[in-house]
Design a protein around this ligand. Structure first.
Ligand SMILES: [Zn+2]
Length: 157
């Protein structure tokens, strides 16, 4: 089900971030008109919303997200949709702008990331071709991985 694509309604920015971390194509803007949302649904995206009326109007094209904590929201959604994100897809997408990451060229990475990172991570550094950010395995990612494992996403899928 990794091919499932989402549009996250306002108020679901943190949920969108975690879905991107898990590799899911998740459109999110802090404001989005009704027309934009409908266009994104027509593109094949499932609407995630906290708004009961909006969920009612969009029927099977949406999921009403429950809970105020991102953990409740994400775990509830995973149960409802039976999400089984492949481990290989984790951290494959820019958490900021949702673009799939690409391997960074060594010559670019050498300039863009701290020197110790470059020497530790070498050819595993990736970058976002859209916003230009660089990503690598570090303490921040280790904490996110630990959180995902704690939530039960590390199982043998
Ligand atoms: Zn980006």
């Amino acid at each position: 089900m990794i091919d499932m694509k989402f549009v996250a309604d306002v108020m679901l920015g943190r949920l969108a971030k975690w879905l991107r971390i898990l590799g899911y194509d998740t459109y999110y803007q802090s404001s989005c008109s009704e027309e934009e949302i409908h266009a994104l649904i027509r593109e094949g995206r499932l609407l995630l919303t906290r708004n009961t009326d909006r969920a009612g109007r969009t029927g099977s094209k949406s999921v009403l997200v429950r809970g105020n904590q991102v953990s409740e929201q994400l775990l509830g959604l995973a149960r409802e949709l039976d999400l089984r994100p492949r481990r290989s897809a984790w951290f494959s997408r820019c958490v900021v702008c949702n673009t799939p990451l690409l391997p960074a060229r060594e010559s670019d990475a050498r300039e863009k990331v701290p020197e110790y990172v470059f020497y530790q991570s070498g050819n595993r550094i990736r970058f976002c071709p859209s916003c230009g950010r660089y990503f690598w395995q570090g303490s921040h990612r280790s904490r996110m991985t630990a959180q995902l494992m704690e939530w039960g996403f590390g199982g043998k899928h």
